[in-house]
Design a protein around this ligand. Structure first.
Ligand code: AMP
Length: 234
């Protein structure tokens, strides 16, 4: 864990939804893990939830797999059902960090309704603005711990021992959809279906932007500053 992180881990309060918006490879997962630790709220990665359904061979997993394999989005109604279910768990009562959701305008509009219904009000939306050239490198270099989910990058943030997680020694694996041929489809899906959300949330005055091309500890600092300022404004 980075030294820039406040020692009051898990002691700050959030009480709202935080949404990380940005293309694949922008660093949303890494930052969401850090926010989750500092604020003691769940990190809700819809990609991880879907991968879990695939490994458990559920009906949802069977429907999602062929779409994920080619970098396409899973239909909104399936996503909303899965997310609404997850938000009904007690650990979500004090807020949570979304990483990879919402990804379409219908998802964003329905999420607004869900948040109002749950008394969570407006979300804090953080846009991870990133230079597209760096994305391919970040995605092809990404490795994830098969035990704790810690995220590494063989170019910019390698583990101490090749192929092993620094924290728990777990095997580091490469996601199937981080192959170059799938990455293009995922970036196209982002541009076409998810990018319009930047305008949607800017129009609602809940959007903040961070320079996600910066060093990851600086990005963490920027994210934490936004969340602290938002907490003060409540
Ligand atoms: P991620 O781990 O966020 O990169 O997501 C991996 C894949 O899961 C995406 O390429 C989509 O196929 C699917 N997925 C994750 N979140 C969503 C979402 N909110 N809406 C539709 N599909 C999603």
């Amino acid at each position: 864990m980075a030294s820039t992180i406040d020692p009051s881990v898990g002691k700050r309060t959030l009480r709202c939804a935080v949404i990380f918006l940005g293309p694949p490879g922008a660093g949303k997962g890494t930052q969401a893990r850090r926010v989750s630790q500092v604020y003691g709220v769940p990190h809700l990665s819809t990609g991880d939830m879907l991968r879990d359904h695939i490994s458990r061979q559920t009906e949802l997993g069977r429907q999602a797999k062929p779409l994920m394999d080619r970098g396409a989005l899973v239909p909104d109604e399936l996503m909303l059902g899965m997310v609404d279910d997850r938000l009904s768990q007690p650990d979500c009562a004090n807020g949570f960090v979304f990483d990879g959701f919402p990804r379409t305008l219908p998802q964003a509009r329905d999420l607004d309704v869900i948040l109002q219904r749950r008394g969570l009000g407006d979300p804090i939306v953080i846009h991870f603005a990133v230079d597209y050239e760096g994305l391919i490198r970040r995605l092809t270099g990404r490795r994830t711990c098969s035990i704790g989910g810690e995220i590494y990058n063989v170019y910019d943030h390698p583990p101490k021992v090749e192929g092993k997680c620094d924290q728990d020694g777990g095997e580091l694996i490469q996601r199937h959809d981080d192959q170059p041929e799938v990455i293009r489809g995922r970036i196209e899906a982002y541009d076409r279906q998810t990018k319009p959300l930047v305008e949607y949330y800017a129009g609602r005055r809940v959007l903040r932007t961070v320079d996600a091309s910066a060093d990851m500890d600086l990005v963490t600092q920027a994210v934490m500053d936004i969340l602290s300022a938002a907490a003060l404004g409540k």
